[in-house]
Design a binder for this molecule. Sequence first.
Ligand SMILES: [Zn+2]
Length: 301
Amino acid sequence: MTREIDSGAETGFDRVLRFTLPDRHARGRIVRLGPALEDILAAHPYPPALKQLLSEALALTALTGSLLKDDGSQLTLQAQADDGIVSLLVCDYREGELRGYARHDEDRLAELDGNPSLQQLFGGGYLAITFDLAVTDQRYQGVVPLEGDSLSHAVERYFAQSEQVPTLIRTAVRAGHGGLIAGGLLVQHLAEGEEGRERLHVRMDHPEWEHVTALAGSMTEGELVDPDLSLEALVWRLFHEEREVRVLQGELIARGCRCSVVHFEEVLARFPKEDRKDMRDENGIIRVDCAFCSREFLIED
Ligand SMILES: [Zn+2]
């Protein structure tokens, strides 16, 4: 196994580890969120089922966001159901900054068992994944139904349907170290042969990819969220029989939000004067909430 950058420490919490299996035309990302996850969850008093769901969503967002190549690009994951117990879940990722929140009906959630299914939480609905690319200023969005066992399955389906890239995703959430730990593994077939050759992954049964998914799929949920097992050690455990595995530490991840007085002043400035007048209170102040941070901003108009 070769490591391109050796920073000394093995990768633990709140940092993405990237890897590639050059012989197998596959790449991967692995992440284990800890303190950053607690920071994000602390914005709202979520019940356990919501913490579990949002933790999984944040791990998925970090994994998918770390596929972005350019600084300033953003990945947004949004799950929505008009009549769901969870009506909205939004997470985004930009240059290591991660944030997210979920909106739910407390009374309806309290009626469910401790471990509700995706179907029970959303009752249908859809998952939208949006890539905002900074360099080209382009936006790509794919939408898939919120079906299957988990958000992870819905994201796998997004890659299969919208990007036609075979992708394996595993996530796990557990309590430990004074808070929750959320782990995620993403492995996907590289779009090899883009220059004129038929894309390998048009054939979903390619033996090379089957081999990779067999190795990656042997990982247990416990390994993914074991704080005593570094991410390098986990990648080694899964792929040590491969001739070459390249490993590279990715971004550090922290809770990050763009809300500020200046930000909301800019947003409000785009509204017509008449509309802004309706938003003011008796003191001429406009109150704006940041749902990610659960903070209220008072903007003088
Ligand atoms: Zn905020």
